[in-house]
Design a binder for this molecule. Sequence first.
Ligand SMILES: *Cc1c(COP(=O)(O)O)cnc(C)c1O
Length: 381
Amino acid sequence: MSALPAPSRTGTTGPLLSVDLRAVAANTHLIGTMAGGRLMAVVKAYGFGHGDLAVARTALANGATRLGVTALPEAFALRSAGITAPVLSWLNTVDADFETAVREHIDIAIPSIAHLHVVATAAARARLAARVHLHIDVGMARDGATAQEWTALTAQARAAQRRGLVDVLGVMGHLACADQPDHPSNATGRRAFAEAVEVTNRAGLRPRLRHLAATAATLTDPRTRLDLCRVGAGLFGIDPIGGSGLREALTLTAPVVTVRDVAAGTPVGYGHTHVTDRGTRLALLPVGYADGIPRDAHGWVQVRSRRCPIVGRVSMDQVVIDVGTIPIGPGEQVTVFGPGDAGEPTVAEWARWAGTIPNEIVTGIGHRIPRVTCPIPRSIR
Ligand SMILES: *Cc1c(COP(=O)(O)O)cnc(C)c1O
């Protein structure tokens, strides 16, 4: 077992997040096969909370050929760790360090003419062509250039490419409703993307990488897979559709701090929002909302193969669980969530209880919880 990052606490004295990289490897294989080997592993937000480096290495060893992140510092961290695979960074302000990005051979998404200009200027300073992917908004009014701006953007990108300042490698888009395969905006988005590619070609550019699909589209619609699929959630077993055979990779455990036997009518925690309805045993766990336990969820944990509820308010650093008659004592480990093999709650269940999506649960796990990873599988085949 190797720790990532260096744990602040070691051993079993506190909560622990175990990252099963074999699950990440298996998920990468499964999705990479669907994507026909054209897979960009998205490792933004600290690899969806799983550890960006460990996930990047696992994905690259198991079928992914490229990496994707949002802001440049995430890409620089991958390069500093010695990762040489292509890395695309798609969310940067115009004052980002594009010169370093060019020198580090990081692919840069271009969502506006203003971005094109600052990236071309940085490339001139670095005396290297910037590797760029033009980003079109295909219908979510979020990131990406508008259709109105696109003609001018592609023309100016062509001019910059002639001057050796940029190398237009790709065109990217992102679908708003791919997790609802029948939603009409999927067809609209595909059409808008095809038109944007047409305009790009008419400008005299020949981008080799057209990419539109993230996890949901990759799983549900082969027409979106094109030259590359940008997949994050699926690598971590987050299945926006259901039934895809993906496996969650995280197990969060916490040891019991203290136990107490209480009478019926005992109020528990801040605000006394819970009062015991019978004599029972309560156990204290050292995890709270600062560790990513959703404050508003009525959550459950697994104690010796039985599920027990969290009772009362979730505090910043602690929760109380009602273990009934289970003779648990201080120091015993409780599973907050895991892949579900032993009936323990999963991240997907926690997301339902919290009224959110699994993505928010896994990215919300606090950094004071040490991560422990199993050795990185070279390949699971
Ligand atoms: C996060 C993100 C992805 C990955 O999405 P998943 O649904 O997690 O696979 C792909 N593209 C863009 C632009 C993103 O922001």
